[in-house]
Design a protein around this ligand. Structure first.
Ligand SMILES: Nc1ncnc2c1ncn2[C@@H]1O[C@H](COP(=O)(O)OP(=O)(O)OP(=O)(O)O)[C@@H](O)[C@H]1O
Ligand SMILES: [Mg+2]
Length: 274
C-alpha cells in the first residue's frame, strides 16, 4: 500500500513533504475541540518555508504531525511520497531518524549528557556513516559551540542550548529539518547566525527547512510563508505576498489577534528567554 504511491509513474518528483487535509481534534472534558480544520500544503525539496500565525493557532500541532511525532485525526502526511500516517511506531521512528531533524520549542536536551553526547544520540540510534563523536564535534563547531563540547545543558545559556538542539537536528544530515521557534531564545546576533547556517546548508546540501516562527527576520528570510489562523491555512506565498515586510513584520507575525492571545504569546516568550 505504501509502495503503490512511490511506484506510480508521476512526472513530478514526490514532494519533500506533503500534508493533505490534516485534521486534529482532542478531548477536552466531555467535549472534543478541533485544533486543525484541514491543513494542506506541498513542500518541495530544498524549500525554506516559514509557518506563522498567532499563539494557539496550531503551528506546533502541525509540526508534530508532519514530523511523525503525533497522529492526525484525519488526513495524510507524505514524506518523499510515502504516507507516514499509515506507518507503525517502528517505521515512523526510522523515518524520523533517517530523514527528519526536529528542533523543539523547548530544546528537549538530555540533562545528564554533555553537549557533544546530546548531539551523538541520534547517530547511535540509527545507521549513519562515520564516527558519531567526530560528526557531533563537527556540527557543534558549525553552530559556534566547539568550545562547549563538555558542558551539560545546565552549564549552557538558553541560546547555547538552542544551538545544541540545532546541532543535534543536523547531525544525521536529514533531508528535512522541522523547527519550532528555533530562534525564540536567541539574541539578534545568534538568530542571524542560525539564518546564515540555514542558508549555507541549503546551498551545500539542499536541505528542506520548515520552521514555525514568531521572528519576523526568520519569516522574511524564508522563500515561502504559510500563515495559519485557527487551525486553517489562510495564506501561502512569498513573504511579501503573505504580508511580511520588515516594517509590518512585528505586527503580522503572530501578534495580530486578540489581546488575550497576544498576552499569552508575550508571556511565553518572556518565560522562554531564560
Ligand atoms: N494536549 C492538548 N489538549 C488540549 N488542547 C491542546 C493540547 N495541545 C494543544 N492544544 C490546543 O491546541 C491549540 C494549538 O496549539 P499549538 O501548540 O499547536 O499552537 P501554536 O500555534 O504552536 O502556538 P504558540 O505560538 O504559542 O507556540 C491551542 O489552542 C492549544 O491550547
Ligand atoms: Mg507552538
Amino acid at each position: 500500500m505504501v509502495a503503490a504511491i512511490t511506484d506510480r509513474a508521476d512526472t513530478r518528483a514526490p514532494a519533500a513533504l506533503e500534508a493533505r487535509e490534516i485534521t486534529r481534534s482532542l478531548p477536552l472534558g466531555r467535549e472534543r475541540i478541533d485544533i486543525l480544520h484541514g491543513i494542506s500544503f506541498r513542500i518541495e525539496r530544498g524549500e525554506f518555508v516559514a509557518i506563522i500565525g498567532p499563539s494557539g493557532s496550531g503551528k506546533s500541532t502541525v509540526l508534530g504531525i508532519i514530523a511523525g511525532l503525533d497522529s492526525p485525526t484525519g488526513g495524510q502526511v507524505f514524506v518523499d511520497g510515502v504516507d507516514i500516517t499509515a506507518m507503525d511506531e517502528a517505521q515512523l521512528a526510522e523515518i524520523r531518524n533517517q530523514k527528519i531533524g526536529m528542533i523543539f520549542q523547548a530544546f528537549n536536551l538530555i540533562p545528564t549528557l554533555t553537549a557533544q553526547e546530546n548531539v551523538e544520540v541520534p547517530l547511535y540510534v540509527g545507521k549513519h556513516d562515520g564516527s558519531p563523536a567526530a560528526r557531533a564535534k563537527e556540527v557543534l563547531e558549525l553552530v559556534g559551540l566547539g568550545h562547549r563540547l563538555d558542558h551539560r545543558p545546565n552549564q549552557l545559556s538558553g541560546g547555547e542550548q538552542q544551538r545544541v538542539a540545532i546541532a543535534r537536528a543536523l547531525a544525521t544530515r536529514p533531508a528535512i529539518v522541522i523547527a519550532d521557534e528555533p530562534t525564540g531564545n536567541l539574541d539578534a546576533k545568534n538568530s542571524a547566525n542560525v539564518l546564515e547556517l540555514i542558508r549555507d546548508l541549503r546551498e551545500r546540501t539542499g536541505t528542506t527547512f520548515i520552521i514555525a516562527t514568531h521572528d519576523p527576520t526568520v519569516a522574511a528570510a524564508a522563500e515561502r510563508v504559510i500563515r495559519i489562523f485557527d487551525g486553517r491555512v489562510v495564506g501561502d506565498g512569498t513573504p511579501a505576498a503573505v504580508g511580511i515586510t520588515e516594517a509590518l513584520a512585528a505586527e503580522t507575525v503572530g501578534e495580530s489577534v486578540s489581546s488575550r492571545q497576544s498576552a499569552v504569546g508575550r508571556e511565553e516568550s518572556v518565560v522562554g528567554e531564560r
